[in-house]
Design a protein around this ligand. Sequence first.
Ligand code: PLP
Length: 409
Amino acid sequence: MSLFDQVPTVPLDGTFALMEACRVDAHELKVNLTPGIYRDENAKTWVLPSVKQARAALLADQSLNHDISPQLGYPQLLSAARQLVFKDTLDGRFITSMQTISGTGANHFIASLLSSHLRPRTVWVPNPTWDNHREIWRHVDPGIEQRNYPYYDHETCGIDGDALLSTLKEQANTGDAIILHACAHNPTGVDPSPELWEGIAQMCEEKGIFPIFDLAYQGFATGDADNDASAVRHFTTRSSSGNSSTLEFAVAQSFSKNFGLYSERVGALHVVARTRDGAARVEGMLKRISRAEITSTPAFGARIVAAVLHDPVLKAQWRQDLRTMNGRLGDMRKRLYDGLTRRNTPGSWGHILTDIGMFSMTGLSPEKVAVLKDRFHVYLLPNGRLSVTGLTEGNVEYVAESIYQVVKH
Ligand SMILES: Cc1ncc(COP(=O)(O)O)c(C=O)c1O
């Protein structure tokens, strides 16, 4: 008998469970297409050359100590992180930036801040979305209702913009929050057009809905970090009816993917306010939340990101590293598409070429995904999401053949 006998049994997290199942799968042809982790052509987690250089310099620095960071985080990280998101678009705005435990921590902190102070009745999440959005909000405040807004249209393999806007216009309430993937949407690989972003901004402004940008893949949509910040920057620079936009919003930024620093947990939360007083209050409250939850942020990964972004030579190398990753993903998309269409695989596959970022939806049902795993040892998420990062020249034909075998019946 234990006090904990009454604790509900929680099923394993789907993504981690699949990664573990794949790890222990002894089949020589197994292919892991589940995680959003960039792998190189040998299916190994890539250490970016820019990161390697910055890391070597840090490790060689005998004066480096392990003093605690200031409460908002490592200052050089925060200035670089903010510049990477907003560049010079913040005229007349006030922003609070705080280092977080990667993108997950940034999502968590903004959920905590809103839950205790803006008290949204509902948080709107795209259908589909990163599974952890729901977990984070449920964990922070089960009293906040979670609702889906329409996003992916399985017929067109694109976004149903009309349904998205009309649902929110008709059903969202003032004070609600909405999660928006800033670029390279996970899991679908499709992003709103500039016109749709403006429609979303207008709708948020008119209805008084608080936008939260989740920026986990900056650099993976187009290969260029500035282009990939365009939706966020639009929210700061747009004007409505000749006046500057009144929107206040947050950005949850992750450096896991675009620096390959998955285990270092580097991220930042930026909250854009319209008054200096509002920003100061946000800062105070974020410090309080951070003190209670983590006291201070880890510095090693933050120092690496800051070193790269503050050094013009390393930054140029990093931009090249982004292009290298995107180039390989584009090549794998083409090879998978060719492999599927050469076999006349039933289904529509053109979107594999036009989707962006790490992911594409295959349209495979959970049953077919299970067959793919059990018979062919090819691992996808149950919703049919394929992570292009796990494809290599050595396995892409096998994956195409396996998908063909599973869907041909
Ligand atoms: C959409 C999205 N947001 C946030 C994250 C957070 O990742 P991390 O906490 O590693 O930065 C992920 C990771 O997969 C993601 O896909």
